[in-house]
Structure formats: structure tokens, C-alpha cells
Design a protein around this ligand. Sequence first.
Ligand code: T4K
Length: 369
Amino acid sequence: MSNKITVTSPLLPDLDEFHSMLKEIWDSKWVTNNGQFHKQLEHALCEYLKVPYISLFTNGTLPLLTALQALRITGEVITTPYSFVATTHSIWWNGCRPVFVDIKEDSCGIDPERVEAAITPNTTAIMPVHCYGMPADMDRIQEIADKYGLKVIYDAAHAFGVEVNGKSVLNAGDLSTLSFHATKVFNTLEGGALVMHDEKTKQRIDYLKNFGFAGETEVVAPGINSKMDEVRAAYGLLNLKQVDDAIAKRQHIVQRYREALRDVPGIRFFEDTPGVRHNYIYFPIFISEGQYGCSRDELYFRMKEHGIWGRRYFYPLISTFSTYRGLPSATPSNLPVATKIANEVICLPIHPNLSDEDIERIINEIKKP
Ligand code: T4K
């Protein structure tokens, strides 16, 4: 079989540059706990992402857990079943009850028109996802949150660098979380962040990610340990320098996919939205079996047989997993769009090192009669 093409491949910094930063860390003997590179990366990310405050984390799941803690969320949290399982797990780990609401087909984001109907006296927050980096319906979600006095925490794991009319989507809601996992547009191997609007909230979140310590002898909350170390912060500083170039390469791949697949019956995909700076983190295609001629799974496994490892993000729906399927909101009849989309999606390989030859191989496999 020819070379295996994976859905993604990490953006890696130059090894020599990384080595000299490692040398600095070794010389300083300061390896974690708000070191110099950690501070520099927070500052650089605020500038790049056009956000006022950011707090770095060890991965993209702990910011979700911490956001719910920081805002003292209790009771029910309205969320989407069409995401990576960490979104709902964070609600569960906070002892809250996830309430699933269906998504919209045009963005795969939570459908605000269905959010209102899911609100009960126990609802305290909404946790939407900018799925595939497609901006959620932020204005409408905020209107509903304001009307009912709810907090909004965005799982923005996919939305690094995404802007609408020049403004970062990370400024929406009360808090937004990011993932810097190896598979993301910008990565620090493992890593993540919380974005907030004011200094007091940053201070509180910085306490929470450091066991709740507010000084040497004072603990102000049942915090956790989720501090990013110096090695990953250094790696992040180097990757930040090449992220624009990486996004441009992703855009080139998306353009080629769209051009080649636009006229294939039974295949749908997202176009760019006017006014949006996309980051092209994923390229999902949606297969309509009747028109395409075979099912999503037939195509998925045929591609795999030929060494093309796309992924069915996000199948199965979170609401179908054993922990959650007993919830009343988890019934497929409550989630018809998400259920349909989860059965149609394949995310095609996309990363800055994907060669033109590989792109053509993928396109040819999909277009095979
Ligand atoms: N919220 C949302 C909406 C998310 O999508 C995620 C994570 C989170 C929250 C939580 O953030 P983190 O706590 O993870 O920071 C991957 C990622 O592990 C996960 O970060 C991501 N979303 C999810 C959508 O995808 P897997 O299990 O599919 O990854 P894996 O290991 O199968 O990797 C996929 C492909 O990437 C491999 O086939 C090859 C390539 N790869 C992967 C790794 C790890 C490499 O080439 N090198 C590597 O080191 O979950």
C-alpha cells in the first residue's frame, strides 16, 4: 500500500531554534510555574488573537472544567452533542447535568432557536462550540443568555485565530477555551488556554489552575494543577511565528478540495463565510448516500483501505455514549440534525505538510466511480 495519509500532522518548530530555547531553560533552571516563556507566550497570544487576557493551561480540557468552576456553574448546562467528548465531560465532572440541544446544518453549531425551549429553572449556563472553527451564532446566543440570566462558556478549541469582521470570536460570551493539542492549527504538543475579559477573572483563573493558591500560604478555592511548563511555552512561541503560514497552506488545500469536489453529486461542504477569517482547521465533507452512490462508511473504509485516514469527527454523537444516553435530551428524536450529520461526515486530511500529490490522491479516491 502507498504511504498512509493521516487526517492531520503536527506543526513542528525548527529543532535548532527549539534547542537553543531549551538551553535557556536548562541554564535558568526555571522549568514551570509562570516562568519567562509562559509569560511571553501569554503576552504574544493576547496580541495575535486580539484578546485582552489569556491564561495558559496544560491541555484544552482543563480550561473547560476550570471555566465552569470559576463561574460557579451549577444545575443544568445547555450544550451540543456534536463535539469532541471533552465538552460534555467537563459539565459532568463539575457535577452539572448536560442538556443536549440540536445543531444547525449550515455551521454544525448549536441551534439558538432550540436553546430557549431547553431552558428550565435549573439552567445556569450555555456551552456552545465553534465547531470546525465555524463561528457559533454568538449574537443570538448572547441575547438568550441575557434574557434568562445565563452564563456563556464557548468551547473554542477549534477557533484559534478565527475572526468575524476583524474581531476575535474568543471575545464572545463570558469565557472561551482553546486547545493547543498536537492536532490543532496552533499546538504546544499538549496545551490550552482560557480567554477572559478582565484582570480580576484572569487572577481568579490563575489561582484555580495553581491549586487555588493566592500566595504562599493562602488557598482561596479548591483549585487544580493545570499550569503550562516552560518547555511547551517555548515550543508555542516558536510555533506562533509560523502559524499564519500554516493557515495559508491549509487554505490552499481547502481551495483545491472545493474546486475538485464542488460538482460531485451527494457531497456537501462549507464555503467561506463573508467577513470571517477562517483557520481551516478541518475540512468536513457530508455524504448524501442516495446521490453519491455509496454510504459515508463505505467511502470512509474504502479510503482507509487505500491509505487515506480521514476521521468521522463527530461520530458517534456524545449523546449516544453510555454516560449520557439515558438523559431525556439525548434521544435521537430531540437531535435530528446532529444525528443526520454525524452519519454523513468525514473530515478529510488537512495539514500544512500535505503534498499536492497526496491531495490529488485523496480527490481521486473520492471521485472514483
Ligand atoms: N473541545 C473540542 C471541541 C475538541 O475538539 C477537543 C479536542 C477538546 C475540547 C479537548 O482538547 P484537548 O484536551 O485534547 O487539548 C484528537 C485530539 O486528541 C483532540 O485534541 C481533539 N479535540 C480531537 C478532535 O481529536 P483523536 O483521538 O482523534 O486523536 P488521534 O490521536 O487519533 O490523532 C488524530 C491523527 O492526528 C492521527 O491519526 C495522526 C495525527 N497525529 C496525532 C498525534 C497525537 C500525529 O500525526 N501526531 C500526533 O502526535 O483526538
